[in-house]
Each structure stands twice: as C-alpha cells, then as structure tokens.
Design a protein around this ligand. Structure first.
Ligand SMILES: *Cc1c(COP(=O)(O)O)cnc(C)c1O
Length: 432
C-alpha cells in the first residue's frame, strides 16, 4: 500500500510539531511505521489522506461509540454553531446534560464540566484532598489518568514502590504523595493503608483498566476497594473516562454494581468534542468553587457546541439501551473469532474482553495486571499491526491499548476483520 500523502505530511509535521503529532501514541513509534494522516471518517470506516478505507477500531480512542458522523450528533452541532461558538456564560444545555447524567448515573448528584479527561482527574483529586484534608493518593500500575503531575507515576519493579516521576519536568515532590499499587491485588492496597493510616485522601482506579491493553477487574478487587475506602473514610474515585457511558448507561458503576464517591468522565461524554467532567455525591461536590473552597475553573468549560454534541450522544444512549447489547455482542463475536484463529495456528494470544472493549494480548499468559501485560511479544504485535493495516483494518499502534467497538460496526465488518486477522496471524505463526 502506498501512503505517499501521509508520508509527505508526516515529514512536514515533524518540522512543526514534536514527533509530528499532538499526542504521542499517534506517531506509531511502537510499531515502527509512520502514522496515517486521516482525511475523513464515516460510520465504522476511516479514510486516510491517500484515499484508503479502513475499518476503525480506534474510534478516536473511545468517544465515537455511535460510529463516526452519527446524524443526530451532526444535526445538534450544526444547530448549535448557528448561535455562536462560545459565551463564557451558563446555558440551558449545561442544565440538561447535568440532569440527564443524573438519570443515567444516579449517584452523580452534581457534576462539573471541564475540557479533557486529564483536567477531570486533576480536579477530582483536588476535591478529594480538599474534602478529606489528606494528601496521599493510591493509583495502580498500568492505569492511565491523564498527564497531570501527580498521576505521572508508574511503579518500579517491586510490588509496592513509592512514587518517582515517569516524565522529565515533574518535580519529585509532585509525586511523593502518589502510591502505586498492583491492579487486581487488594493486599497491595491494604498494605498502603496499614502504613499510611488516616493519610490517604483517595484511591483512583480505572474500573476496567483500558490503558495497558484491556484488563477487567476481579470481582473481589473492586468490592475490596469499596470496603477499604469506606472503612478509612477515603474517597474512591472511578476514572470512567473510557468506561463511562460505554460499559452501560451508568458506566462501570452500573455494570459492576459498585458505587464510587467521585467519578471522572471524558471521551464519550463529548460526542467527539473536547469534554471532560467530574462528579459525585453532593456533600463532596459542594466543596467545589464558588460553593466551596476547592478552586477550579475553565474559560471554555461547558462550551455550547461541545455540550450540544455530548447531550445528543448521551440522549441517544439513554433512550436506546439496546445499543449496549448490540456492541457487546459484536465485541464478543470478534473476541471468539480471535480465540478460534489463535487456537488454529497455535498462536500465543490471550484475549481479554469487557463489554465493548477488547484486547488480544500477544502472550499465552492470562493477563490480570501490568506485569502480565508486559509479557506480551510487542515485536509480534508490530508485525501484526502492519499486516492488518495493509488489509484495511485500523487498530491501535500499540499492544497496550484497547480495541473500541461502535454501534456502526456490522457483522460484515467483523467477518472482514477476522479474515485479515487470520491472514496476519498465519503469516507470523503459521510456519510453527
Ligand atoms: C484518556 C484517558 C484520560 C485522559 O483524558 P484526556 O482527554 O486524554 O486528557 C484519563 N483517564 C483515562 C482512564 C483515560 O483513558
């Protein structure tokens, strides 16, 4: 496949943007190839600048749960732009989206709109610290919560390591209160509570980890977090930037039947526009300014065009719960197909699924945490990626990302994807 336009654009892009991109994963460095520059998208398909068509399993990293260009969202945006792009003043749609979210997620009694998932998490952590008067935060190895200073920590090699920054430019004292535990390991959390009594403001977790590939929680893990947090008067934050409005209308809280104290949103909530939000119990959210002493603000927060897109997407999901049944079934079909192909070619592939999130890990190990995920053969993944891209399937250019299913993906898309997957897997493992 010749990607001349993408190649030319990438050369120019590298002159004016670090790595040629505005977000690192887009540079395709993990798979040793050049990014596709995208011209347009529609339904389940995405088109690059050279005119090639792909079935899209990135879906803008989650937001496009209804598929690209859903007419209901396009109409809402088209109407909104007639009335001006931004006012810096409250609007009716902000009230409507707040009321709708409370119907979908009843324990989100109050919400504050921001402009990204990063901002949502950063603000929720400030609220948790303000509310509890404590500083320490527990996060989990392999969970991503955006790029604010205190969240840029991954653990070292040990099971229980104290925070050292992951990025240059993050002062050590910005992460010294971040403790990193092991996903799906409640004992690793209990140890931190024992050693930091009455000091832990919040535990933040992706209720399904979807930034180290896809790693579903064990039942006793989320239940254990809820119990420990309640017992220690610590705020449990579910980072639902991916799982929110995806696993169910009420997100992971509904899907697993567990209530968090604060929840962060992003991605789906904006219908493709840059939106994030955080919310939760009234007594906690009343700490946010101007009601309370936790300061947080945003010039473009609750932007009218973004709110129109988000409100249209959430309304569609709220009124049509069968959407979830369909996308989950489509995902299960894709996962089953993968398992069959892997077995046929004796390929070491371990498939994880949670609702409409899926990840084929290129390892024969069952993946339950970051260390398991890291046993994946990333060179094999790179070969697989390049082969399946050639065959018109657009997946994440990294082993450690999810495949995102949308309502627009058809059975025919799945069949075509599985055929391309089989040809690619056969090329890599067929000779063994
Ligand atoms: C994407 C993501 C974020 C960050 O959201 P941005 O909008 O990229 O800032 C935070 N948490 C989780 C779980 C995410 O997947």
């Amino acid at each position: 496949m010749i990607n001349k336009t993408s190649s030319d654009l990438f050369k120019r892009a590298k002159e004016v943007m670090p790595g040629g991109v505005n977000s690192p994963v887009r540079a395709f460095r993990a798979v040793g190839s050049d990014p596709l520059f995208i011209k347009k998208a529609n339904g389940s398909k995405i088109y690059d600048a050279d005119g090639h068509e792909y079935i899209d399993y990135i879906c803008s990293w989650g937001p496009m749960i209804l598929g690209h260009n859903h007419p209901i969202i396009l109409d809402a945006v088209a109407k909104a732009i007639q009335n001006g792009l931004s006012y810096g003043a409250p609007t009716e749609n902000e009230v409507l989206i707040g009321e709708l979210i409370r119907k979908m997620v009843p324990n989100v009694e109050m919400i504050r709109m921001v402009n990204s998932g990063t901002e949502a998490v950063m603000s929720a952590i400030r609220v948790a610290r303000g509310f509890t008067g404590r500083n320490k935060i527990i996060k989990f190895e392999g969970c991503y919560h955006g790029h604010s200073d205190s969240m840029l920590v991954k653990a070292g090699s040990g099971l229980l390591t104290e925070g050292t920054p992951d990025s240059l430019g993050v002062p050590k004292n910005a992460t010294q209160d971040t403790l990193t535990a092991e996903y799906n390991n409640i004992e690793s959390v209990r140890k931190f509570f024992e050693n930091n009594k009455d000091e832990i403001a919040a535990v933040i977790v992706e209720p399904v980890a979807a930034n180290m590939g896809v790693v579903p929680p064990k039942k006793e893990f989320l239940e254990g977090l809820r119990a420990i947090c309640t017992e220690n008067k610590t705020i449990l934050i579910f980072d639902e930037v991916i799982t929110g409005f995806r696993l169910a209308r009420g997100g992971a809280q509904e899907y697993f039947g567990i209530e968090a104290d604060l929840v962060t949103y992003g991605k789906i909530i904006g219908g493709g526009m840059p939106v994030g939000a955080y919310g939760g119990r009234r007594e906690i959210m009343e700490y946010v300014s101007p009601l309370g002493g936790v300061y947080q603000a945003g010039t473009l927060s609750g932007n009218p065009v973004a709110m129109a897109a988000g409100l249209a997407q959430l309304t569609m999901l709220y009124e049509n719960p069968e959407i979830y049944e369909k996308i989950n079934k489509t995902t299960e079909k894709l996962a089953e197909g993968f398992r069959t192909i892997a077995a046929k070619y004796n390929a070491p592939i371990s498939v994880n699924v949670a609702g409409s999130l899926m990840c084929p890990f290129f390892t024969d190990k069952k993946v339950e945490n970051y260390n398991d995920a890291k046993t994946s053969d990333t060179e094999a993944y790179a070969k697989y990626f390049n082969s399946i891209e050639e065959r018109g399937i657009y997946i994440a250019p990294s082993q450690f990302e999810a495949m995102f299913m949308s309502y627009a993906h058809s059975d025919e898309d799945i069949d075509k994807t599985l055929q391309a997957a089989e040809e690619s897997i056969k090329k890599i493992w067929g000779g063994k």
